[in-house]
Design a protein around this ligand. Sequence first.
Ligand SMILES: [Zn+2]
Ligand SMILES: [Zn+2]
Length: 743
Amino acid sequence: MKAFRIIISGIVQGVGFRPFIYRIAVRNNLKGYVRNLGGSEVEIKIIGKDDDLIGKFFSELFSNLPPSAKIEKMIVEESGIEDLSEFKILSSGNKIHEISEIPPDLSICDDCLKEVLDKNNKRRYYYAFNSCAFCGPKFSILYKVPYDRENTSMRDFPLCKDCTNEYYDPNNIRRFDAQGISCSICGPKLFLETIYGEKIDGDPISLTAKLIEEGNIVAIKGIGGFHIAVDPFNDDVIIKLRERKKRPQQPFALMGISTEVIKKYAEVSETEEYLLNSPERPIVLLKKKDNSSISKLISPGLDRNGFFLYYTGLHYLLLNQLKDKISIMTSGNKHGIPMCTDEECVRRELNGIVDYVLYHNRKIVNRVDDSVLRVSNGRIMMLRRGRGYAPTWIRLNREINYPVIAVGAELQNAGAIGFKDKVIPTQYIGDTDKIETLNNLEKYIKYFLNVYSLTPKIVIADKNPSYQSVKLATKLSQEYSAELIQVQHHFAHALSVASENGIEEGVAITIDGIGYGDDGNAWGGEVIKFDGIKYSREFHLEYVPYPGGDINALKPERMLAIFLSRILTFDEISKFVKLDSRELRVIEHQLKEKTLMTSSTGRFLDAISAFLGVCNKRTYEGEPAIKLEAFSKGKLLDFEFDLRNDEIITEKAFEWLIQNKDKDGRDLAYTIQYKLGKALVKTALKLNPEKILVSGGASVNEIILKGIMENSEGVEVITPNKVPAGDGGIALGQVFYSSFIES
Ligand SMILES: [Zn+2]
Ligand SMILES: [Zn+2]
């Protein structure tokens, strides 16, 4: 006879953890009990006759964990043998040791979906909001912790008698003590309206399916916000949506009912299939299949489409009534401002964009955008960290001495808070240069401070004086009497990927659009050496003038003229650049003055993209570089970048392009990007690194990353995984910075 006491902390309450423990204990003939300790801890006592059964209990504990549960820490100690006759679920204690982690929103599970599709299930057949302990919305409906029904927007839907019975039945592993459950008797309801608020009678789901197939634009209330759905085979409605949303080029995501459906339109690798089917259900950027019947207008100029699978009962029921079981599902927002989460916003902001709205009456407490991932050179790279991942915390290998706020950067931004060894990045927030989005950043930083009862002592921001997020940081530092610290953009990128891997010193390649440099110039192609908070910029892309600053990011042709001015006269430049003579004269004049300089990778790629005629106008962030990557294919040609002092000479690429302009543009594009990666890693290797970290928005570029990985001479190349490589991951690096500040 042996007895153990086990304390487990993590996401273990309200997610079916106790009935799960109950079941595996009983199955292995163990006696004892399980109970919540309050906060995020569960106490288990097991008493068993032989080691085998106890061993089996532990192996089942690890291998069959409920999908939404997460074990952070486990303490096992041998304990006194008590004479217990059975295994019991005891009522909760209230000793709080560990702060509770907020569970993320997960996709509907297979068991819940089965109920929705089972005609004999009286309460849940065709029920759009079905969920259990293992699945469904959590963070998006949560006002505050602990995750109890009365702290969520499900409090508006008191359990019916049958749901109550399920809730109190410990043998009901999926619904015992499950906070978010409901059924068609007691749960939320759907209703369909025109955008002007006229109710439409009938089954809202089948009517919505019909409206989509008839070429209408329909907003659909989901988990963390509204989507806009349109038929992906109908060019006319896609053009209409682009005009109305003022998004002429930006890609739209596609939601399918199964991987099989998605495979008709895209190549899906094993890793990508795993990601598509994971309970986080991210949008995964997948290589398009040639000649697929889906509209070419969904992602013009790109070789990938974003696909995801249904993640609620509503999605499934809706897709199932569409002929091809797939729909465009793009975020329901007006260009540049946050996605709508309530009816009022829809009527105000989406009037003029959508024709109909499928509402439900459960409140969305927290906005959460869909997450976006891609696989690049076998690495899973996050582009946007939202639903499914946020707001789980990331553990550091070091402790932070004081609670800290990080406000990130500016575009595609997310903030974070940190305390002890934990960082909680906010969900994806958006471009905080817009006031609505900036307000959201503040709202969610305060939400998490409040949830975790923290008073920040340090506020960390970027160094860019023009960022609105820096102004917010200044305000917050005054509000909390906290110290404001500004961390250089690319160093924060380096620290972000370092923190994920517990690395405290090393060499990082950080490549992106623009970040404010320590010398006041616009950095963006940097090789950085660091040790704790000490860092030095060892190499960078050649400085080129950057007159007018941000205007150049909008006009790839301007960047091309600037690069060409290094090797050609302005008369010669006019042959390669699609700018009128007046604009060229302005640039020529500007270049005679002393200007800001830039080492940006993004602007270099923009200029290449313009030279090759791939993209001459930017309509969304990163467009010229993203399209350049999509355009590139084929052979690696004979070209190398040179290193001069601490600069990788980029103007040489344009000399080479001009000499080789009759060759296939796709080979030229491929070669430039690959060799840029090679040049970056070769310079990094001069610093004799043990490992090379790679971060920044341009590091998701498959070709550049390939150039880095294939030329690292066996040195391990580490890329970000838990947060975006781009500016959405900056806040994590900023928080990590604070861990090096002594108390
Ligand atoms: Zn479920
Ligand atoms: Zn019910």
